[in-house]
Design a protein around this ligand. Structure first.
Ligand code: PAF
Length: 283
């Protein structure tokens, strides 16, 4: 595996490989890699001749700078994991390499980027679109791989890729969970062992709530999920939204769409750590 830190070297390496007719898979990450990322990389390695994994903690998508400061940084361990997974290139640029000048572009794809995470983290998806559009332009991949844990992010990136005319396939990959059901996330390393156990109640509640759909309205399921999670000491729901899986607009009844997903954000522990997850009710 090659480790590259400049855009010029990345482009020249990929131009050579492209001239040889090789297909390119891109896995964008912010580092602190775990088994969820490994599954994306392995899938890309299976489906492409070349797999580029970017490791870049993108400052423009953090509206809360203490969140950015807390974010785990583990480059050496990340590169070892990528070697094991068979990645071809680890692209780990500096902030100055990616943003020699401030990126003043504004992206807006309502409602996908204005609801849920978009409402609670103003500017977050604008930053995601800034970095992901740059990575798409630098690597010109045939396919790009994203974890479905960040369910809303995939919807926003699809809109951005269509809008800017990127000709690539966006490949959503299933959430990888710890044995307890907790969705794998780089932020989980910031939880104490006790908090990690507590956090398992989030997905356990979401999974159980699928059984309530036949007897309860959307509003009743919503309210019971929020109440049951808030009843667990150490957990506090920030929002729970039951939405159409494509438009991300709220649904009012189970008949309204054939693709219905519940998306949640919960604060866990005393720091607290912000965890997101989702469950599919229909589709
Ligand atoms: O999902 C993430 O880790 C980030 O939002 C991404 C897509 C790598 C952009 O920085």
């Amino acid at each position: 595996m090659k480790q590259i830190s400049t855009i010029a070297e990345l482009r020249s390496e990929l131009n050579c490989l492209r001239e040889q007719g090789k297909t390119i898979g891109l896995v964008p990450t912010m580092g602190a890699l775990h088994a969820g990322h490994a599954s994306l990389v392995r899938r890309s390695v299976e489906e492409n001749d070349v797999t580029v994994v970017s490791i870049f903690l993108n400052p423009t998508q953090f509206n809360d700078k203490t969140d950015l400061a807390k974010y785990p940084r583990t480059l050496d361990a990340d590169c070892r994991l990528l070697e094991e997974c068979g990645a071809t290139i680890a692209f780990a640029p500096s902030v100055d390499e990616i943003y020699p000048e401030p990126d003043t572009r504004q992206f807006s794809y309502p409602p996908t980027d204005s609801v849920m995470e978009g409402a609670f983290r103003p500017g977050h998806f604008n930053g995601v679109c800034q970095i992901v559009s740059k990575l798409f332009a630098m690597t010109e991949p045939d396919r790009a791989y994203f974890g479905e844990k960040d369910f809303q992010q995939i919807a926003v990136i699809r809109r951005m890729a269509d809008d800017l005319g990127f000709k690539l396939q966006i490949v959503p990959c299933p959430v990888i969970r710890e044995q307890s059901g907790l969705a794998m996330s780089s932020r989980n390393t910031l939880l104490t062992p006790e908090e990690r156990e507590t956090a398992a109640a989030i997905y356990q509640t979401l999974r159980t709530s699928r059984e309530w759909v036949n007897e309860m309205t959307v509003e009743e399921v919503h309210d019971k999920v929020v109440a049951d999670i808030n009843a667990v000491e150490g957990l506090q729901v920030q929002y729970y939204s039951i939405v159409d899986g494509r438009s991300l607009a709220d649904v009012g009844s189970w008949d309204e769409s054939d693709d219905i997903v519940g998306c949640i954000t919960v604060f866990c522990g005393s720091q607290p750590i912000r965890l997101i997850d989702h469950v599919r009710y229909k589709g």
